[in-house]
Design a protein around this ligand. Sequence first.
Ligand code: CDP
Ligand code: MG
Length: 721
Amino acid sequence: QPARAVDLVEEESGAPGEEQRRWEEARLGAASLKFGARDAASQEPKYQLVLEEEETIEFVRATQLQGDEVSRRTLRHSKEVGKLSIQAVRRSLPVFPFREELLAAIADHQVLIIEGETGSGKTTQIPQYLFEEGYTKKGMKIACTQPRRVAAMSVAARVAREMGGGGEPLGIRFEDCTSERTVLRYMTDGMLLREFLSEPDLASYSVVMVDEAHERTLHTDILFGLIKDVARFRPELKVLVASATLDTARFSTFFDDAPVFRIPGRRFPVDIFYTKAPEADYLEACVVSVLQIHVTQPPGDILVFLTGQEEIEAACEMLQDRCRRLGSKIRELLVLPIYANLPSDMQARIFQPTPPGARKVVVATNIAETSLTIEGIIYVLDPGFCKQKSYNPRTGMESLTVTPCSKASANQRAGRAGRVAAGKCFRLYTAWAYQHELEETTVPEIQRTSLGNVVLLLKSLGIHDLMHFDFLDPPPYETLLLALEQLYALGALNHLGELTTVRWEVITLPLTAYSCSEEILTVAAMLSVNNSIFYRPKDKVVHADNARVNFFLPGGDHLVLLNVYTQWAESGYSSQWCYENFVQFRSMRRARDVREQLEGLLERVEVGLSSCQGDYIRVRKAITAGYFYHTARLTRSGYRTVKQQQTVFIHPNSSLFEEQPRWLLYHELVLTTKEFMRQVLEIESSWLLEVAPHYYKAKELEDPHSKKMPKKIGKTREELG
Ligand code: CDP
Ligand code: MG
């Protein structure tokens, strides 16, 4: 049986004979590399990297993203950037020549839209310019929001280094460790939203910069409406809206025709290649293509876009495995993952320069699309997918599915290849698919998510007429309606849709009734850092799973979370303890922050702290009181939600996956491969009548059959993969 080959159709290169030379070099590097004949149709040379049992992937060059003249001229300069001091790097960024002009524009206008290529220095430089210009005098602060935590933290660390000259970070804080000296706050868009609760006019801020506005996250979109309103009665507040893409006209119109400041890009041309035929398995195709690029292309790092942690880990493992098999036949390939839950020391590695002679391949989520700039990328590999949330207001189900990315997204990704020199982008789909199958832009999150929390927040801010809130794009009517209905069922809103005055009592009553506020605070804090508690490195899966199972307590996942936190607290909040138990230290630290905030809130409404002293029934009842509308029962054909009668499954990561109790409460429903309930708690149906007599009728809660249920209904972990 002939070995199958990987084909890469190279674009025609300038110098004749150069292709051949490069090929010869590659052949010296990889013994099993063969020179293919010219492609019969196009007469272009074909490269073949023969690896056993590989698929054949053939790319054709189709289009080119244009660079600009500035870029061609600054190539030499950019190559030298690596050797510059941190201050010289600041001066080398595209935004620097526009510093004065930009500051003048900010002085002249209350709202300014700023548009500039990723990496031009918007996020790291503009807040510093404002600081240098004196916008933080008289104790005022500057806020800069990011849609993603990872980006906010990474940027805050970078700016601290730039301002502190490498020493002690000066006056920059991320998160809620703001001190007296804090002048710049890099925060997530959700954090600034919560800031409105304690300071509705943002009085302590002189400038608010809504960054990465083009991402159109739910929180960013809500911020737009709120900030527009605040700006009206605080004329001295400066509002900056920064975006990487060309949709700035929308923002300008929304903010009463605010002027747009364009930072000219420094972008090199990027050649775009498409596959000749669609790829069935994009993960496999990715791995093959990376090796192909590595073996046949001149130096330069590779950036691969995948959709999430598991995929990224799988791809990295496959790549490392194949590199090992090829051994010294190929040059060194550094394989580096980047995703939100990756421990910070691993994250920092992607920014380190590639050692001479080696090549770096960064396997990333969407985060590398515009939020993070990685220097040295020349090649981008784009399978054309992303993970996207969608919401069905009829069933109340959120789903997270891998879907084709938009054209706008694909072009952003391609652009990442042209930051330091002319680059190449390999798309693992056909030119036809790009033209006909991809949407132009991504639908804003506000139109594909549930709105419960946002509605509660807006109502708390005194915004009653949500139907007429100033949305950049309004959410679907049904979604808004369902959110209102659920809040009404909870007793948080009255029949007029107003926040009930007894809201705090409603929320805190179960805590006092069941005297377990200590435990509930912990569970709530742990739920808020959802699904990122346990760390499961691919090479230690068995150890990690054992560690997780050791935390299991009868009763369900909420109690498991409580158990993890309690043990961690007993260890003195130790990072070593986390490491040994495969628990994510950063998530735990975040849970601790959230818990402290919640404790502060309880103090404000004068609810004392009390502990259930190990009587977990009380904890389970208190949780039931808050989540009574999220319930499912086991029927002969598996689990059904009690109210909507929808078929659902226990997530295989749950501690109750094997147990299959008859009545369950779930924290959330997520559609991935199936409709999964995540974070489930075993309850008794009688509790539902006890805590929510207005919501349930006794008849609904009768067990249709009294015989014992078969022990296992669902598939095992292994079967689910
Ligand atoms: O926001 P924008 O995309 O316009 O650029 P930026 O994030 O301010 O990045 C400007 C420069 O700072 C880039 O050259 C980055 O490589 C560098 N940077 C870095 O080295 N480390 C970070 N954590 C963030 C930015
Ligand atoms: Mg930025």
